[in-house]
Design a protein around this ligand. Structure first.
Ligand code: ADP
Length: 510
């Protein structure tokens, strides 16, 4: 089989052309053959009719007068046309036919003609008979002579010229078709080569592109044709890959940076503690406290990174169960109270009012189908951030509300707020508004800038949203919206900025 696309295209093209040419040539040949035969027959019939008429009008009282008849035939002396007259005994009465010898270009076989016209009475008859190397065409016309005897006048003509013409025609067609096919093969190949040149250029360029040169693009010869669109599609794919690789590179760089810092602090603390043979127990205790805090921070960052990696790889589907949001938020608020009081902050959680005496009416429940661990982690992260950024003596308010379509969980604080230019970016991975400020706060619970990115993924994976709805120097308010009507458990969601923080480890690290 021909391997190259160009070769195959040229071959197909030639095959189609060959079929067309052969059909066309055969049709033309048939038309020509029939036209020639018709003309020959018409000529033969007309001439034979004229001879028969002439013989009749010559008052040949008796066809036995062969000489007179032959004289009459001789008057017609047309080249390539011969006439014979048979009587009712099939005897040749007169003939001007060339005899079979070398000087005559054609000859006739009287016996064959006799056999062909034997018993002919009614309608005239055409016949093609073999003669010498070729064939002859005869036209037999039965007549009554004046004397009442029946005669048959036969006109004969050789078919050599026709056969020769048709032969030339056939040879001409074969040669012409052969040349046309050769040209078509060469032309088709050249055309295919030319048309596919952009594909070759694309594949050569694509072969050069590697992970380190994803910014390169394939050449787009003509953006409006199919190959141009193909190149454009590849280029779009390359652009997406480039972005994804860049994203991944940044993620790796940020992740290693976040991991390096606590490890360096721990090593530094250990080096300092060990630098002298003896130290005050309180100093050891202080060093161990730092090591413990950094270890917690480290395990939290590792847990977050691990979850992000799993989510990015599509291997962290939601595990939905029915949860009651009022209970879930209340538990989070209770768990965060210790942290809040350690920082001198007050945490208030406004429980949704339950009508007095509803007797546990399910209509007053706050059911939601979702991944409990992830939802808990989301709420905890917001409360944690709010406490972390609140000045001592201020209040963090957690509020749970609902309308017809959605549940809303908002967490508000009286912290320094988030500058307008950073409000959208706080949801990006590893983004911290003020790294110095965060570092300072990190002594006990500073994060790696992953919490809100993960939180937003959790909300979106549940069909909801997480937004910063208010932020000013007087404080910030984050709001989670979760849809109320969910027919089915949420399917695993592939969100690009995906992340999840759920582990007990993460919660315990807070
Ligand atoms: P981290 O784990 O570092 O807290 P987050 O993604 O939760 O990361 O938050 C990203 C950044 O957004 C934080 O570093 C902080 O600068 C800012 N931020 C988050 N919540 C608040 C808040 N309630 N008040 C002020 N700044 C906040």
């Amino acid at each position: 089989m021909i391997q190259s696309v160009r070769g195959r295209l040229a071959l197909w093209h030639t095959l189609v052309l060959a079929t067309l040419l052969v059909v066309f040539a055969s049709l033309s040949y048939k038309i020509l053959e029939r036209a020639l035969a018709r003309r020959t027959d018409a000529y033969l019939a007309e001439s034979t009719g004229a001879v028969a008429l002439d013989l009749a009008t010559a008052h040949l009282a008796d066809m036995a007068d062969s000489l007179a008849a032959e004289d009459a035939l001789g008057e017609f002396g047309v080249r390539d046309l011969a006439f014979l007259v048979f009587d009712d005994g099939d005897r040749v009465v007169a003939s001007d036919a060339p005899l079979p010898n070398d000087r005559n270009a054609w000859s006739i076989d009287t016996a064959r003609i006799r056999a062909a016209v034997h018993g002919l009475t009614g309608a005239p008859r055409f016949a093609t008979l073999p003669a010498g190397r070729g064939e002859i065409r005869i036209y037999a016309l039965p007549r009554r002579s004046v004397a009442g005897r029946r005669i048959v006048v036969v006109g004969a003509t050789p078919l050599d010229d026709q056969a020769e013409l048709l032969e030339e025609f056939r040879t001409g067609f074969v040669v012409a078709i052969f040349i046309a096919l050769l040209l078509s093969l060469a032309g088709g190949y050249a055309l295919a080569r030319r048309s596919l040149a952009p594909v070759v250029a694309m594949s050569e360029r694509a072969a050069e592109i590697s992970a380190t040169s994803l910014h390169e693009r394939l050449p787009v010869a003509n953006a409006h044709d199919v190959l141009g669109r193909l190149a454009q599609t590849f280029n779009d794919l390359l652009a997406r890959l480039d972005t994804a690789f860049e994203h991944q590179r940044r993620f790796m760089a940020d992740a290693s940076h976040e991991l390096r810092t606590p490890v360096a602090i721990m090593r530094g603390e250990a080096d300092v503690a060990l630098s002298q043979p003896e130290r005050d127990p309180e100093e050891y205790r202080g060093a161990l406290r730092v090591v413990r805090d950094e270890g917690r921070r480290l395990s939290r960052v590792v847990a977050d990174l691990f979850l992000l990696a799993r989510v990015d790889a599509g291997r962290r589907p939601l595990q939905p169960t029915e949860v009651y949001l009022d209970e879930l938020v209340a538990e989070c608020a209770r768990a965060a109270r210790g942290l809040a009081s350690a920082r001198g902050t007050t945490l208030t959680y406004t429980m949704p009012p339950r009508p007095a005496g509803d007797g546990g009416d399910p209509a007053n429940d706050w059911p939601f189908v979702g991944d409990e661990e992830l939802l808990r982690s989301l709420v905890m992260n917001l409360i944690d951030n709010a406490i972390k950024h609140s000045p001592p003596g201020s209040t963090v308010t957690v509020l749970l509300e609902r309308d017809e379509n959605a549940y809303r969980i908002s967490v508000a604080d009286n912290g320094p707020g988030i500058p307008p230019e950073a409000r959208a970016r706080v949801f990006e991975r590893f983004f911290r508004v003020d790294r110095a400020r965060a570092r300072e706060a990190r002594s006990d619970s500073g994060g790696a800038g992953l919490g809100l990115a993960i939180g937003r993924w959790i909300a979106e994976a549940h069909g909801g949203t997480l937004d910063l709805v208010e932020s000013s120097p007087e404080g910030s308010r984050f709001e989670i919206r979760l849809p109320r009507v969910r027919q089915e458990a949420p399917a695993p969601v592939d969100v690009e900025l995906a992340g999840a923080a759920h582990d007990a480890e993460r919660l315990s690290a807070r």
